[in-house]
Each structure stands twice: as C-alpha cells, then as structure tokens.
Design a protein around this ligand. Sequence first.
Ligand code: ADP
Ligand code: MG
Length: 248
Amino acid sequence: MNQLEIKDLHVNIEGKEILNGVSLQIKRGEVHALMGPNGSGKSTLSFSIMGHPSYKVTKGNVLYEGKDLLDKTVDERAREKIFLAFQYPSSVTGVSVSNFIRAAYLAQNPGASFHDFAKILKENMELLHIDQSFMQRYLNDGFSGGEKKKAEILQLAVLKPKLALLDETDSGLDIDSLRVVAEGVNAVKNQNMSILLVTHYQRILNYIRPDVVHVMYKGKIITSGGSELAEKLEKEGYENIIKAYHEG
Ligand code: ADP
Ligand code: MG
C-alpha cells in the first residue's frame, strides 16, 4: 500500500513556480532518498507535503493513505502522523526540549497521562543516549548542529510518525554526530514508518539504506533508482545525470 502518492505536483512560492510536475510514490515502511543540487526544490517538496501555508499548490495532488492531503492544515497533517524534521530548526527561548516534546506528544495523544509520556520519553532518551541535562535546555538555543539534529530525532522517536520527512538531517554534522543521528533513525524506524530522507550528500546513505533514490533538479524528479544510484552520484556528482537529462 502507498503511504504517500504525489501526482504531477506544481508548487509556487510568492508567485514563482518552484516545483513543476513532481510524481512520487512511497509504500508503507519504505525509505526513499531525495537527492539533488542545492536549490532544486527538495525542501519545497518537504514543506509542501507538511502543508506550509507559503507554498501554494497550483496543480496535481497528494494522497496520504489513499486520502487527499492537500485540503488539510499543518495541524491535521501532524495529527495524521506526518512529521517534518527541519533543515534549519528554529530556536524557542523559554521552552525546554522536554516541554516542547511533551506539548507535541499531547497534541497527538490527547488522553495520555504524564506517566505515559515520561515513560516513552525516558525509553527514547536512553535509545539515543540523551542526557537529562539536555532536556532542560531551551529548544535549539545555543545548540550545536549535532544537538539540533539530535533534538529532531528525539521528537521523531517520541512521536513515531507514519511518514517522516527528514530534511538534510545530515547537514553540518561531523562524522561522529552523523553516525549517532543515523543510528538513532535506524533504531526508531519500523515497518509502519515511511521515510523521505532529503540529502545533498550520499554519506548518510551509508548508514541508512534507501529502498529508492530520486534525483531532483529544477523542480522535477529527473531520475530514480536503487541505492546504486546514490553510489554513482558519490563518484560522479550530479553533472552526468543532469547532462543525460538534457540530452533526454
Ligand atoms: P533545496 O532544498 O533543494 O536546496 P529549496 O526548495 O530550498 O531547494 O529551493 C528551491 C528554489 O526555491 C530555490 O531557487 C530557492 O531560491 C527558491 N525558494 C525557496 N524558498 C523561497 C522563498 N521563501 N521565497 C522565494 N523563493 C524561494
Ligand atoms: Mg533544502
């Protein structure tokens, strides 16, 4: 079954067309890598699936579990268990990591007790090797790149989405932080979680094996393949694939 099905999606930002005909299908439990040069529209696609109001869909459709997603608000999409880990997470002064995650958890599980939440949080902090002191800090305030990404993965672990959009979860990480984050994703992942892993570089795919790799360029997916496609990109860069696309 398709967890997500995107058909001929066109998206504008401030009147400028950024996505021009994206089609993509992700089955339940699959990991898809979305690669491509900077500025090709990868983040735009992630924001559009999440329902960011600045991104206007002008054509095409998006089905989630077989139902139309585009008429739903961001909140509704989050409650339907879609999660976006941001490329550039914002800091929220005055709100601790712990309180932020609790608010998100309660929004999705309105009947949950404090005890339920505390138990789930503790399990996942252990899984991701996160210290109690980290939880009391203000969200992303003065965090290193690695700490910001860790906070995103902790949210992922606690919220257990059915569709996780991970936008450049690897960017700005040194190799040790990259490994911790990738191992965290692997530990959290299950057969009910589909992942769209947005990445500019192949290296995170050494830790998180994609079922399918897509290359986006100028607002379109120009080619898709298996994990060997990512290896080819690692060796050759995007140039040959873009050239082949132009020669069509
Ligand atoms: P990627 O994530 O692949 O690097 P983006 O989706 O961030 O690409 O950007 C795709 C294109 O959309 C770029 O040309 C970028 O300049 C443009 N763009 C992104 N956000 C905005 C915005 N808020 N306003 C105007 N243009 C934007
Ligand atoms: Mg981006």
